[in-house]
Write a protein that binds this ligand. Structure first.
Ligand SMILES: Nc1ncnc2c1ncn2[C@@H]1O[C@H](COP(=O)(O)OP(=O)(O)OP(=O)(O)O)[C@@H](O)[C@H]1O
Ligand SMILES: [Mg+2]
Length: 419
């Protein structure tokens, strides 16, 4: 069965879900804020330079009509669940605030002893006023109603005075960003493909529903991983309902993350699902290369990943020079070709020429089963060469195909020889 069908597309009525443990205090969402998403580093233009201002004009009403079952926690419950927000339980920090590890009882909102009950991740909004409130509302609004194996599960929330918290299922392996850029052990090729495919399915689900959603903040830190490297998208604070009827795009203020946002969106504020496809292309390049989308520590000319990679993507003979050197020769040759081609297509300057996320899923699916590792081909070439040495002169010439694959592979760079 297609995974996309596994998801639940509760109609987005833009309502906050009813609490399972009803509290009488502070259950309502405060009035609309006029400031927009500057709680994080994700606004690409300062508010006074915004191109358009029709972005999420109204917060979702708390009409309690939606069919989901989000739990509503008290602040005290989450404080206890995280051991008073202990610094050593911090899982990470983003623009929204800190994310803590915590434990709750299986049925309900009561805190549990560390190591018992259900493990959760508790995200708390920075205490600098109401700046992130809209983001918090959007997260509750979207994630409370969209359910799919490749979207992180929102368990509940807390809204009490000026406290805003979100409670998610705990994702054992943290973010893809951690695995790609912060760990000493390189992420194996097969896991990279599995993660890319899972994330693609998550986006395809969002784009393919009856009321499409544009995610708008697709990046490695928002792809979370469970113990088996299944990926789930998190952070719907910037998500936006897609164009309705015969509209081709939604006009919005430009938000997102530098290095990931599609150029036409940055230029015009016109948002389509193809903006997400572009961001997917950037992440695919990060997965392939092990380089960050923006890296100021690299020499100029290499700081912007897409700019640096385009010439390689366009030349089949240079593709293998893109591969994360930490993989050495442990990657699929055909997989690299397909992934590079796919990234190239996703990064097409004309959004209409980019594939849909359904098409992306179709391309990535068979790549999971490829076993043509470069290292195997290297060893077989070595042994072939060894055999040829014994043959009469002239018979050592490589065939056309062999010489091509050698030229196009890192075996030729002399950097990654496996001896
Ligand atoms: N459900 C979760 N389970 C486990 N770890 C999580 C979970 N949610 C977040 N984290 C960890 O917390 C980190 C911070 O997440 P957060 O979404 O707040 O910020 P970010 O994605 O790094 O940045 P940004 O605010 O720009 O999205 C993540 O990178 C991840 O390591
Ligand atoms: Mg995030």
């Amino acid at each position: 069965m297609d995974d996309n069908n596994c998801g639940c597309w509760a109609v987005l009525k833009r309502g906050v879900c009813k609490s399972s443990a009803s509290r009488d205090s502070a259950n309502t969402i405060p009035p609309t804020e006029t400031r927009y998403l500057n709680a994080s580093n994700r606004e690409l233009y300062p508010p006074n330079e915004a191109h358009l201002s029709s972005d999420n004009p109204d917060p979702p009403p708390s009409d309690n009509k939606s069919p989901c079952q989000l739990l509503q926690f008290t602040f005290q419950e989450l404080k206890s669940a995280t051991g008073n927000f202990r610094p050593d339980s911090i899982l990470g920090e983003g623009g929204f605030g800190y994310v803590f590890k915590g434990w709750i009882e299986e049925n309900g909102t009561a805190p549990a002893k560390p190591g018992s009950g259900i493990t959760v991740a508790v995200k708390s909004l920075k205490p600098d006023g109401l700046q992130g409130h809209r983001e918090w509302v959007a997260e509750v609004d979207f994630l409370g109603q969209l359910h799919h194996p490749n979207l992180v599960k929102l368990i509940g929330y807390c809204i009490e005075d000026d406290q805003r918290l979100l409670v998610y299922e705990f994702m054992t392996r943290g973010s893809l960003e951690n695995h790609l850029f912060r760990r000493t052990i390189p992420l194996p090729w097969s896991n990279r493909i599995k993660i890319a495919l899972g994330a693609a399915k998550g986006l395809a689900f969002l784009h393919g529903g009856p009321e499409p959603v544009i995610y708008r903040d697709f990046k490695t830190s928002n792809i979370l991983l469970d113990s088996e490297y299944n990926s789930k998208l998190s952070d719907f604070g910037l998500a936006k309902a897609g164009p309705q009827g015969d509209k081709t795009h939604v006009s919005t203020r430009v938000v997102g993350t530098y290095g990931y946002a599609a150029p036409e969106y940055v230029m015009t504020g016109h948002l389509t699902s193809k903006s997400d496809v572009y961001s997917f292309g950037v992440v695919l390049l990060e997965i392939l290369t092990g380089r960050r989308s923006m890296d100021k520590k690299r020499p100029s000319g290499e700081q912007n990943l897409v700019t640096w990679a385009r010439p390689y993507l366009a030349d089949k003979r240079k593709l293998y020079q893109l591969v994360d050197p930490r993989l050495e020769l442990n990657y699929s040759l055909k997989g690299v070709q397909k992934v590079s081609q796919l990234a190239h297509n996703c990064l097409h300057r004309d959004p209409k020429s980019r594939p849909t996320m359904d098409e992306v899923v179709k391309v990535l699916t068979p790549l999971q089963d490829l076993n043509d590792l470069a290292i195997l081909s290297y060893h077989s070439r070595l042994s072939q060469q060894g055999r040829r040495k014994k043959k009469p002169e002239g018979s050592q010439q490589l065939s056309n195909t062999q010489s091509k694959s050698i030229r196009g592979s890192p075996l030729n760079t002399g950097k990654q020889r496996c001896r």
